[in-house]
Design a binder for this molecule. Structure first.
Ligand code: DC
Length: 227
């Protein structure tokens, strides 16, 4: 087991990892690693810098050198900054998500982000959200969760999320994008999306976020990670 206790929460796009990880970290008083945000940032900053979308070395260099600051806003929501630039909204666009999925398939980019991700492990503990948290980044984590939900339910959740934020959304297009992203993330050669052999699988289809959070908290409680 790691010196600092770690809980990993992996799963496909729209499985609810982000919401659940944030809430579990908040309730436990632990740190949070949103690893998807790092891949989204590499894609976003690459596009802003005018990098060729196929420029692997250029994106890997960005992944190594970018200065990111993760914080929270007044209501506990995510706040991501690169220098003075607030990129919280920009990294959440579907375009940044698709770009992230593309750059995430490159081993050089994954390597460049490896130590940066491990550095998030600080006392009293870390909740790490992503695709390969339990398989590659924190293989000795105390608790590994793999969250799944049907593709229909995941598309619907994204749709509602985008609507709530006031962004335009099209359910059929979202379903297509989720299916495409699943396919790319789970068939890539390096760190493909899959549960660790010792992960506990939670199917969140038909469950509320609060119910999933409680399921994770109860698993952690039974391991003595928190009270
Ligand atoms: O979780 P997310 O939607 O923010 O992730 C965006 C993309 O980044 C996703 O399609 C795959 C990639 N990703 C990854 O390959 N490994 C991670 N640990 C996290 C995200």
């Amino acid at each position: 087991m790691d010196a600092v206790p770690i809980v990993t929460i992996d799963g496909p796009s729209g499985s609810g990892k982000g919401t659940v990880s944030r809430e579990v970290a908040r309730l436990a008083g632990w740190h949070l690693l949103d690893s998807g945000a790092l891949y989204r940032l590499v894609a976003l900053l690459g596009a802003r810098a005018g990098l060729d979308p196929q420029d692997v070395d250029g994106h890997a260099a960005l992944a190594r050198s970018m200065e990111v600051e993760f914080g929270s806003d007044a209501s506990g929501g995510e706040r991501v900054r690169v220098g003075a630039d607030d990129v919280t909204r920009a990294i959440r666009s579907e375009e940044a998500g698709q770009g992230a999925s593309r750059v995430a398939a490159w081993p050089a980019v994954r390597d460049a982000l490896l130590e940066r991700q491990r550095a998030f492990a600080r006392p009293p503990g870390l909740v790490a959200d992503g695709r390969d948290m339990g398989t590659v980044i924190f293989p000795a984590a105390a608790l590994k969760i793999y969250l799944v939900a049907t593709a229909e339910e995941r598309a619907l959740r994204r749709y509602k999320q985008l609507k709530q934020k006031g962004s335009g959304a099209n359910l059929a297009a979202l379903s297509r994008e989720i299916a495409e992203r699943d396919q790319r993330d789970s068939t890539r050669a390096v760190a493909p999306l899959m549960p660790a052999s010792d992960a506990r699988i939670i199917d969140s289809t038909g469950m509320s976020a609060a119910q999933v959070v409680e399921a994770v908290l109860s698993q952690g409680r039974s391991l003595g990670l928190w009270s």
